[in-house]
Write a protein that binds this ligand. Structure first.
Ligand SMILES: Nc1ncnc2c1ncn2[C@@H]1O[C@H](COP(=O)(O)OP(=O)(O)O)[C@@H](O)[C@H]1O
Ligand SMILES: [Mg+2]
Length: 363
């Protein structure tokens, strides 16, 4: 079994509280991602799990055994936690060859020379670097150096891997390639991965489950990528996962009206009994027409983005983003310019309790 259990963990520096009573569990064999804005405490949490930092209170268990528990006086050192760790700035040693870098953890563990070499060669091959064993890091690309860091984390055969934004320093193409490779390795080796990142796309692509953390270190939602994207728990999650329209609505009698105007919201109604709500939708979930039923609005800005048209439409003082494919816009006679009247309809609307700027902030 390879699991992580974080229970009631608190950690701060001086007056800055980073984590307060945090709970998270990573299950055996899964790729679990912690996704949150920069500065929310992702690296601090990984350092706590790895044992480079101690929590002030709470406990961390790895594979069911406590590794950090200040109340019980437990603090297992990093090299006895059965973990592989890769940090953002991969930190391979410049004066060592690829093979020496990868073998280093085994050398520290005082393994026999022969075993050391065999296992290091195997780990190098695993990350697709066969034939480059004798190179120095200065003779490698950024992506190759990150592979060396990955091989070094895997060489001791850990059941758990901690990855801290390992792809951030790579260019876009390489990032996409490497995220597939990490996922493949995880499946092939059957290891458990705890991955932290601020990058929504990576998190959606590689995770079995993910947790969304806000700027204050609070976990807002845990679920599958599809859960998070299609059924966001709150406005913060919805906003953090992509461009979002937030439309304030108010109850007047049995009707739900947009902004301060007199037009009815065309789809759905809230479950609750409040007077004020916010409805959310993605720009691609809005359908725009020149006339007809729906919310009457005026195009305030029209942007041609190549494959997409991006409109800002004002409806009774509320600005909404609308996106559609350019070929669809041309075929449908939907090439608007600023000042054109239009009508909006919606594929889907999510109803949230009325929100303040603070609820959506931090993203
Ligand atoms: N050693 C430290 N001393 C003081 N403050 C720290 C230390 N490490 C992290 N912090 C603070 O903790 C917060 C979270 O940092 P971090 O975990 O690095 O965020 P991120 O989610 O971007 O990885 C930040 O406000 C950071 O300044
Ligand atoms: Mg970080």
């Amino acid at each position: 079994m390879a699991t992580i259990d974080i229970q009631g963990v608190s950690k701060g520096y001086g007056s800055r509280r980073v984590h307060a009573d945090l709970n998270l569990s990573v299950q055996h064999g899964e790729c679990f991602t912690l996704l949150g804005p920069s500065g929310c405490g992702k690296t601090v949490l990984l350092r706590l799990v790895a044992g480079f930092e101690q929590p002030e209170s709470g406990s961390i268990r790895i594979n069911g055994s406590p590794v950090s528990d200040p109340a019980a006086g437990i603090n297992i050192p990093p090299d006895q936690r059965d973990l592989g760790v890769v940090f953002q700035d991969y930190a391979v040693w410049p004066h060592m060859t690829v093979l020496e870098n990868v073998a280093y953890p085994l050398k520290l563990a005082k393994k026999q020379r022969r075993e050391m070499e065999e296992r290091a060669l195997e780990a190098v091959a695993m990350v697709g670097m066969k034939g480059l064993e004798k190179r120095l890091p200065s003779e490698l690309s950024g992506g190759q150096q990150q592979r060396v860091a990955l091989a070094r984390a895997l060489v001791a055969g850990p059941s758990l891997m901690l990855l801290d934004e390992p792809l951030t320093n790579l260019d876009a193409n390489l990032r996409e390639e490497m995220r597939f490779e990490i996922k493949e390795l995880q499946r092939k080796l059957g290891i458990t991965v705890f991955y932290v990142t601020h990058d929504q796309e990576i998190a959606l692509a590689i995770s079995d489950r993910l947790a969304i953390m806000d700027g204050q270190g609070r976990v807002r939602q845990i679920g599958s990528p599809q859960d998070i994207f299609e059924r966001p728990a709150d406005v913060f999650v919805f906003n953090f996962m992509g461009i979002a329209n937030f439309i304030p609505v108010r109850r007047v009698g049995d009707d739900w009206l947009v902004g301060q105007g007199d037009q009815r919201v065309p789809v759905g109604r809230p479950d609750g009994a409040g007077e004020l709500y916010t409805v959310g939708c993605r720009p691609s979930d809005v359908r725009i027409a020149a006339s007809g039923p729906g919310l009457r609005g005026v195009v305030r800005r029209a942007s041609f983005l190549g494959a997409m048209m991006d409109y800002q439409v004002e409806v009774d003082g509320v600005i909404m983003r609308v996106a559609l494919e350019t070929h669809e816009a041309i075929a449908g006679g939907l090439m608007f310019k600023a000042g054109d009247p239009c009508a909006l309809n919606f594929h889907d609307l999510l109803w949230f309790d009325s929100v303040s700027a603070e609820d959506t902030g931090g993203a």
